[in-house]
Design a protein around this ligand. Structure first.
Ligand code: F6R
Length: 261
């Protein structure tokens, strides 16, 4: 399959604008469910506020007997350095709360970087090897930071970067303050898959909700790709869908929007 656009060429990101966040969540869950039902699904997962509604729909589909996670392997994008998997503010805890504890996924097929690894650089290498062993990711879901980060690839990260230890932007730490009491308590570092890993996924769904994402969405979709806008790298992938609500779409030109629902 030709996943990457020919070097130097950009492919317009297919943007769908939803009237409400609830409609977006439902469509995102449908998108994901189709990929989970495909043979040998290797699903890339995101945390954060944006996908919570999508996960709720996936859980409901499973409980209604319509979605089997038995063959599914998952790779999360990232984890904070220094956070134990058992801690309430870990991405492991998030994934258990919103998905894993409610569906029939095999724990041996669930992969999240170990934030508590003694040597985070070594853990990044281990995670990269796991991805290479089981990849490619067949379907990757992403949120987007208000600074356009994807995973925890902050502005300035080269598009060639693979799994690595990253220093979180202050803006990112502030956006994630709620889980840590105050932004100063948010870890300064995280382990994240790189943009190169994300670009190797067969298909990508990126979601954005709310006015705070509107400028990041515009830069991602309408401007030339640059490492200053990490999500703009997705223009170099030939199979990317973006689902946005009206607020997140508010700065897009009308001709950037492919579907309205
Ligand atoms: C989460 C992740 C981040 C978030 C982004 C948006 O695993 O990698 O890129 O997707 O920070 O977060 P929310 O959805 O909370 O606005």
């Amino acid at each position: 399959m030709d996943i990457m656009a020919t070097e130097g060429t950009c492919v317009p990101i297919v943007v769908t604008v939803f009237e409400t966040a609830e409609e977006l969540d439902h469509a995102a869950a449908q998108w994901m469910a189709e990929r989970i039902k495909a043979p040998n699904p290797v699903i890339g997962l995101a945390t954060g506020n944006t996908p919570i509604g999508m996960y709720a729909h996936l859980v409901a589909m499973h409980k209604a007997g319509k979605l089997d996670f038995g063959q599914c392997r998952t790779f999360n994008l990232d984890e904070y350095v220094g956070v134990l998997p058992e801690a309430d503010n870990s991405f492991t805890a998030y994934m258990r709360e919103h998905l894993f504890d409610h569906v029939n996924i095999d724990p041996a097929r669930v992969h999240i970087p170990r934030g508590d690894a003694l040597d985070p650089e070594e853990e990044a290498r281990r995670y990269e090897e796991l991805l290479n062993q089981h990849g490619p990711i067949t379907a990757q879901v992403l949120g987007i930071g208000s600074n356009a980060h994807i995973g925890f690839n902050e502005p300035g990260t080269p598009f060639e970067r693979r799994t690595h230890v990253t220093r979180l932007a202050e803006e990112t730490r502030k956006a994630n303050a709620a889980e840590f009491g105050s932004w100063e308590n948010v870890p300064e570092e995280a382990i994240t898959v790189g943009i190169a890993n994300i670009l190797e996924s067969q298909e990508v769904l990126i979601m954005a909700k709310g006015a705070s994402k509107a400028e990041a969405v515009r830069l991602t979709v309408e401007e030339q790709p640059t490492p200053d806008v990490p999500a703009s790298a997705l223009q170099m992938h030939s199979s990317v869908e973006m689902f946005v609500d009206r607020e997140a779409a508010s700065r897009l030109r009308a001709d950037s929007i492919v579907h309205r629902r």
